[in-house]
Design a protein around this ligand. Sequence first.
Ligand SMILES: C[S@@+](CC[C@H](N)C(=O)[O-])C[C@H]1O[C@@H](n2cnc3c(N)ncnc32)[C@H](O)[C@@H]1O
Ligand SMILES: Nc1nc2[nH]cc(C(=O)O)c2c(=O)[nH]1
Ligand code: SF4
Ligand SMILES: [Mg+2]
Length: 222
Amino acid sequence: MAEFNVAETFVSINGEGVLAGQLSVFVRFTGCNLRCSFCDTMWANDADAPHTTMTTEEICEAVRKTGVHNVTLTGGEPLLRAGMAELLHRLTENPAQRVEIETNGSIDLTPFTGISSAISFTMDYKLPGSGMESHMRTENFALLTERDTVKFVAGSRADLERALEIIQTYDLTHRCHVYLSPVFGRIQPVEIVEFMQEHVLNDITMQLQMHKIIWDPDQRGV
Ligand SMILES: C[S@@+](CC[C@H](N)C(=O)[O-])C[C@H]1O[C@@H](n2cnc3c(N)ncnc32)[C@H](O)[C@@H]1O
Ligand SMILES: Nc1nc2[nH]cc(C(=O)O)c2c(=O)[nH]1
Ligand code: SF4
Ligand SMILES: [Mg+2]
């Protein structure tokens, strides 16, 4: 049975995305193939960063015990982990469970689509300020549905302009949810609102990371 390096599990409100404000049980896996300039979980990005080893069964049981219906798989990059498709199958055997996957835009989503309609993807498109745009797999856009989200984390006006270009090129607002979020502390949220007003951006949602407002922005496990 597959084993996973789990940096932390915790129950909190989801601070981001379409389920923001709802309780979720978070499972954060260690290891990431990217190094975004702004990453707020750099401490989990080495595959052997401090972790607990958990089997598929142990993760499912830990999630089930919380009684929380939403589970957020994040990291690091969750979709790099061997055995992830099996974990998704097992988690969604419980008909009450809804699974949200935070993924970095560089991983082929094909093996993970079609497992269950209870799974949704929040796929980041890494903008120029992240330093990681060359790794983006735009082929993934065609795999996304109305359950899923493309998120752009913008740190500058140039990032916002690039996000708009991508949204228009791939007609993303007709395919899935589209979110804009500030890189925490690097751009004022009002600049994003002004950009949305200026370009009359319908069907795009600006989000703030609620957990960084409620708790100390550097606090883990929230
Ligand atoms: C830490 S990542 C883990 C999942 C996956 N590796 C990814 O990048 O989507 C989770 C989310 O946090 C966002 N994020 C990381 N650092 C951030 C920061 N400083 N400000 C705003 N969002 C940030 C990422 O863009 C991503 O949407
Ligand atoms: N409360 C809370 N909500 C979140 N939504 C996505 C998160 C992540 O790190 O992927 C996250 C997180 O770290 N904390
Ligand atoms: S892809 Fe996600 S976890 Fe990896 S460095 Fe970027 S924000 Fe951090
Ligand atoms: Mg986070």
